[in-house]
Design a binder for this molecule. Structure first.
Ligand SMILES: [Zn+2]
Length: 110
């Protein structure tokens, strides 16, 4: 049975990713052995992949950069908040110690 190029090209992406059934794979293999244009099609898929990966990597790098920028901004904000809270706590503790010392110093027995 002669399989048309259209059928093979429908199957090529699956064949390329190795997710088609064994029968389909054998059929494509058989066809590719005799068909230059379908072989070229498969070759084109092989060539496409690294470009897609690079693009994806670029996008991921961009996303990571954006994310880390946002994260840094968030960090700075929470760092400022942390410093503020720390200052308030230290002030409160200092006040408490001060008033405690005042309390101990002031009521002197006359
Ligand atoms: Zn073909």
């Amino acid at each position: 049975m002669k399989i048309s190029c259209e059928i093979i090209r429908d199957l090529l992406p699956l064949y390329h990713d190795g997710v088609c059934s064994n029968d389909s794979k054998m059929m494509v293999d058989e066809h590719l052995a005799n068909c230059d244009s379908c072989r070229a099609e498969l070759q084109a898929m092989d060539d496409e992949l690294p470009i897609n990966n690079a693009e994806q990597n670029l996008n991921e790098a961009e996303a990571v950069k954006k994310l880390s920028l946002r994260w840094k901004k968030g960090m700075r904000k929470s760092l400022l908040r942390g410093i503020l809270i720390t200052i308030v706590i230290i002030a409160l503790i200092a006040l408490a110690i001060y008033s405690f010392m005042d309390f101990r110093i002031l009521p002197k027995p006359y």
